[in-house]
Every structure is written in C-alpha cells, then in structure tokens.
Design a binder for this molecule. Sequence first.
Ligand SMILES: [Zn+2]
Length: 408
Amino acid sequence: MKIRNQARRRALIRAAAAGALSLTLAFGGAFGGVALAGPADDITLGIQAPGPSSAGTGASQTGASGPAGSGQAQQGGQGTAATDLSFYNQTLTDPIVRPVDGYSYDQMLADLTLLAARYPGQISLQVIGQSLDGRDIYDVIVGNPSASKKVLIQGAIHAREYIVIPLIMQQIEYLLAGQQGGGTYQGRPLSELLSQVAIHFVPVTNPDGVTLSQMGESGIRSPQLRQIIQTAYVLDTAEGRTQLGYDEYLRRWKANARGVDLNYNFDAEWNAINPALIHASSNGFRGTSPLSEPESQALASLVTQNAFSAVVSYHAMGRVLYWDTQDNLKAAESYEMAQGVAAATGYSILGSKGRGGLKDWAQKTQGIPSVTIEVGQSMCPVAFSEYPAIWDQNKAVAAYLASYVLSH
Ligand SMILES: [Zn+2]
C-alpha cells in the first residue's frame, strides 16, 4: 500500500507540474451564506469558566493592552489615499490555490507542489507522519526556517471541518506572494517580518477523515479500515448516537479512519473524556490511550521537536475562539493572543476549558500559548458559500501571530 501510495503521489505531482490538473474557479457563485447559527462544534466537553463572560479571568489578563496593531492592521490603508500594500489585500493575478467546495487533500498536495516550484527558497515541505490509510501529513514552513521564533498553525484534525484547508492554503500563498512582491503588514515589509520567524502550517492533520467526509467510504483504501467504519455506524445507530443514514453519517464524520476523535487523543485530562464510549465512532471516541493514533503522534512530535511560541488550531464552526484549559500554564498569554485574533477576525472569545485537544495539551504540558479558532456559522461541513467571508476574516491571522510571537 505504501508503494502504491508513493507512486500515486508521484503521478499526482507530475500531473500538477505539467499543469494537467483542471481547476474549478472558486468565486463564481453567490455568497449568500446559510445562516444556521448553532452551538460551536467543539464545546461539548467545555466547562464554562466561572464569572461573567470569558473575559472575567483576572485583571492581569483583561488589563493587558491589545497586541500591537492587531486592530489597526486589518484596516490597513483605510482613511488614506495611499494604495493598500497589505499583503493579504493584494490581488494575485494567477493564484495557485483556488478554493472550491470540497477542496481535497489531493488538491492540497498538487497546490503545495506548485507553490514550491513558484517560490523556491521561500517555502519548505516536510512529511511529519503518515495516516492509517497511508496518506502523508505535511508540515509547510514559510518564513525563516531557522528563526528562533516559531508558530504552528494546524487544521482539519476533524474530518468534516475541511473548509479550513483552502483557508490555510491561501494563508500560505498570500504570505509567499507578499514576501516576494513587496507586500506589507502593518506598514512594514512582510519580508522583514518573515525573516525573523518560522511559520509552520499543517493544513491537513486528518487526511483520511477529510477524504471520508468528502468522498464517502470509497475514499478509504484499506478494507480493514472500511470495516471499522461500518461497525462504528452499526454501534452508533444501535446506541442512539446517530439517526442519520450511512452517507450523511460519513459526511459528518469527525474522527480519523479508525473512529478515534484525534482532538480527544491528547494527554490533557484524557481520562475524563467520554469514558463510556469505548468503540470507534464518527466522533467523541478518545482512543485506547493518549496519542494512540499516528496523526496525533505526528503533531505531538512536531511540537516537542520545535520550541513553538504559539500553537493555533483551525476548526469549524461558530466564529468563536477558545483559549483555556484546566491547569493552563499559559493562560494569560493564550488569552492575550485570543484578544489579538479576535481583533483580526471579529470572532468572539469563549472561556470554556477544553480537554484532550492539541491546544489543551500544548498549554498544560508544553507551556505553549495556544488558541483554537472556529470558522464559519453553518452546520458542518460548513457551506462553501461562507468561504469568502471566512477568508476575509482570517487572511491576516498568520501574520498577526508572527508579529505577536516576535513581541513576546
Ligand atoms: Zn473541530
């Protein structure tokens, strides 16, 4: 299977290099948006912080002045006649990343190959692990790879939240284009900022789950994994955990290909997470032990091998930010970072304390400030009609995080 996968990837890369991939233009449709406001996706185990609102966690946090320029930067150029050189507002004449509904893992691979070819020396790709169904998990480094300040931005650890993949890919492309083309951030050359920081992007942490949610069971190659998925459906149905038909059940899948919820698989109060759920499921099963899964292991290794100053996870949905966990070693820093992300995105800050996620583990065991960003407002998978708004709200986030870690 490994060999077949390698061959498949090489073929894909050849196809991409030859320009043989046909890409659908993204922004053709109406952007009406389906406004189905509902509870955020990832708060099921949240414990509401005592006190009024999420901000009520202490004077030292609420009193912290906003991170430099987080508000002004996003309005960059407003009120002046000067041309807006903010890198994220520049028009790319021939963009490589073209967001489409169901932008896939394979599309990501093809686009990464093209980005590496167009921006040599500005981007580096490394494989940090392999999923159960044999897909490589990529770490994409933009900026100065040997900089002492490092940021990690990861996404799609939950399968059905794949709308974050084109978002992260566009963040990468705009940084590269802005760095090359004289773009600015907060009035300063972006290239100057990127020379001092390494931004690591993991656009897809759970490639099997994403493919399952997008393509159904045929997206999974291993017969054993397909069997596990079918059994999960039988058990979830029998126990009343789902009443959906099989196709819709798969479309709303969050876990990896053997039914482990990867964002409950980290060692952060892991024992307390859904202890009664002891089998594979579309969501909510913590696994047989912390870091039992290759996908969570890959992320954990990346974090322990790099001294990240910030770890940020993209999820969907709710247009909210989570910044806390029990025994958070970096509560003040995480909250301050959340304030900056809130200023950039317009999202609300929530105080629930997460468990078992990358953020929670980074905060309480690695001592790294961390924030989870939940994009979109319609039920997952988030309607693609929301994508232009999601991009607009998040286009400055990576640069903000880079400037945040440089000032701390
Ligand atoms: Zn999620």
